[in-house]
Design a protein around this ligand. Structure first.
Ligand code: NCD
Length: 323
C-alpha cells in the first residue's frame, strides 16, 4: 500500500492489523514521554486546503510522536494565494525530499490525483464530500474498543449524509466489519442515489434511536450546501437532533459518536455531548493512535507486511535514544 485514499483500501485483515497497531500506539501515547524514534529521518507534510482543527493536529501529533519531521503547509500563507496550482505545489515540496503527504481538499478526488504526481505516500484527510478514511478508522477502532467487535452492531448515522465524506467512509468500513448501518436523514440530506450503499434508511430518529447500539451524529455542513435543504436549523433539531429526551430512550449500553466539530444545540444538545456514553473525546484520543498506525504502516515497515508491533515499535524514549 503506497497510500490511504479510501476506506476500501483496507480489507478486514488489514483493518485488524491496523487496530492492533493502534492499540500499541495508544500505549505509547500514554507514556510520560509519548514518543518513539520509529520514523526518525522521515518527513511528513500536511497539506490542508480546507479548514481543520482536530484532523490536522491529530496527524501532526501522530507524526511527531513517531519522531518524523513535520512540514506544515497553510493555504492562507502560501503561494496558492499567488495562483500556484496543486501540481506545482506538490512538485515544489517533493523537491525538498518528503516521504508522506497528508492532503485535505474541498474537491473530491484531489488526494488520488496527488498520488499520481508524487512518489511519496499520500493520505486522504478528507476530499470534498467524498471520503475521510482515517476518520472511519478511528470511529471503528473506538467501537471495537467499546464493544469488542463491530460484527452485528446496529449503527444509525444521522444527519447531513449528503455532504458527508465521513458517512461515506464509515458506511464502507463499518459494513465491511459486519455492522448494519441505517442512515437517518430527511430526504433532502440523503445522497441523490444510494445505489451500492449497503444500508437501510429512515426519516425518523425517534423510530431508530431505541433500536441501535450506536448513534453517530453528523454536523450540518452548511458550507457545502448551495441551497437551503431544511426549513430552519430549529426544525432540523426538532426532528433529527439528539436531545436529552431522545438520548434517554437509547439502550443503556448504546454509545454516541460525533466526528467534530460539534454544533451544540443543533445535531447534539450540550447536555447529551457530556453524557458518559458520548465517546467524542475517546474518538479524538484514538485518532492520534490510529494515525500513528497509518503513518507507521506506510513509512515504517518498508514492506506491506507489518512486523509484530513488539519488535517493530522501539520502546525506548527518544531521550534515551540520542546517538
Ligand atoms: C469532519 C470533516 O472535516 O469531514 N471533521 C473531521 O474531520 N473531524 C466532519 C465535519 O466537518 O463535519
Amino acid at each position: 500500500m503506497t497510500g490511504l485514499l479510501s476506506a476500501a483500501d483496507l480489507d478486514p485483515d488489514m483493518l485488524a492489523e491496523m487496530f492492533r497497531l493502534s492499540e500499541s500506539f495508544l500505549e505509547v501515547s500514554s507514556r510520560r514521554i509519548p514518543k518513539v524514534p520509529a520514523l526518525r529521518g522521515r518527513t511528513v507534510v500536511s497539506l490542508f486546503y480546507e479548514d481543520s482543527t482536530r484532523t490536522r493536529l491529530s496527524f501532526e501529533t501522530a507524526a511527531k510522536r513517531l519522531s518524523a519531521d513535520v512540514m506544515t503547509f497553510s493555504v492562507g500563507t502560501s503561494s496558492v494565494n499567488k495562483g500556484e496550482s496543486v501540481r506545482d505545489t506538490i512538485e515544489t515540496i517533493e523537491a525538498m525530499g518528503i516521504d508522506a503527504i497528508v492532503v485535505r481538499h474541498g474537491c473530491a478526488g484531489v488526494p488520488a490525483q496527488v498520488a499520481q504526481w508524487t512518489d511519496a505516500a499520500v493520505v486522504n484527510a478528507g476530499d470534498g464530500a467524498h471520503e475521510h478514511p482515517t476518520q472511519a478508522l478511528l470511529d471503528c477502532f473506538t467501537l471495537q474498543q467499546r464493544f469488542g467487535s463491530l460484527d452485528g452492531l446496529r449503527i444509525a448515522i444521522v444527519g447531513d449524509i449528503r455532504h458527508s465524506r465521513v458517512a461515506r467512509s464509515d458506511v464502507a468500513m463499518m459494513s465491511a466489519l459486519g455492522a448494519s448501518v441505517t442512515l437517518v436523514a430527511p430526504a433532502t440530506l440523503m445522497p441523490p442515489s444510494l445505489e451500492g450503499w449497503p444500508v437501510a434508511t429512515s426519516s425518523s430518529l425517534d423510530d431508530v434511536a431505541g433500536d441501535v447500539d450506536v448513534v453517530y451524529l453528523l454536523r450540518m455542513q452548511t458550507e457545502r450546501m448551495g441551497q437551503h435543504l431544511m426549513p430552519s436549523m430549529r426544525e432540523y433539531t426538532a426532528r433529527f437532533g439528539l436531545t436529552a429526551r431522545r438520548a434517554a430512550r437509547m439502550n443503556p449500553d448504546a454509545v454516541i459518536l460525533h466526528p467534530g466539530p460539534m454544533n451544540r444545540g443543533v445535531e447534539i444538545s450540550g447536555e447529551v455531548a457530556e453524557l458518559p456514553n458520548a465517546l467524542v473525546v475517546d474518538q479524538v484520543r484514538n485518532g492520534v493512535a490510529v494515525r500513528m498506525a497509518v503513518l507507521w504502516w506506510l513509512l515504517g515497515s518498508g514492506t506491506e507486511l507489518v512486523p509484530s508491533v513488539d519488535s517493530a515499535v522501539p520502546t525506548a524514549d527518544v531521550e534515551d535514544d540520542r546517538g
